[in-house]
Design a protein around this ligand. Sequence first.
Ligand code: NI
Length: 171
Amino acid sequence: MFVALFSAARRENCIFLFVNRSKRKANSANYNERGHTMGTVSRFGVSLKPETLDALDDYADKRGFQNRSQALTRIIEEALLQQAEIDDSNDVSGALVLIFDHHRPDFMKEFVAIQHDYQDSILASQHIHVDHHNCLETITMRGKPSVLNKLADRILALKGVKHGKLVFAAM
Ligand code: NI
């Protein structure tokens, strides 16, 4: 059963217009272990800020994709591929670069608390005051990729982070 979300989609910049609300029975012949129908396309709603949606459309145009679904599929596959290629048996060096608004309530407190939780993984950090609101921070780290990913994910999930990316340097 599909539930139409046309008006909500327009208001909140949802990418897909339908949400599949069926309760699937896992592990039956046509469904995978997550309950998704095999061999078909699943639709779900994604809410994006207007500028992110614009950026997605620009990306799709430049790369020649016919629609947002194709562009998003490519982006997700590239991200998953990068994740799969990381071998967790060896330590790696990495750097997390992020832009954040330091005025966001509790941001700095939480940002520092997370870094103290990972003091063994963090080698150094550099903070630059870009303008009145925005700061640019580079956190250099070393450890198991899974640990560094977890650290980066916790920081990037903080409200106040505008952009951020963790880059690994395998040795
Ligand atoms: Ni600053």
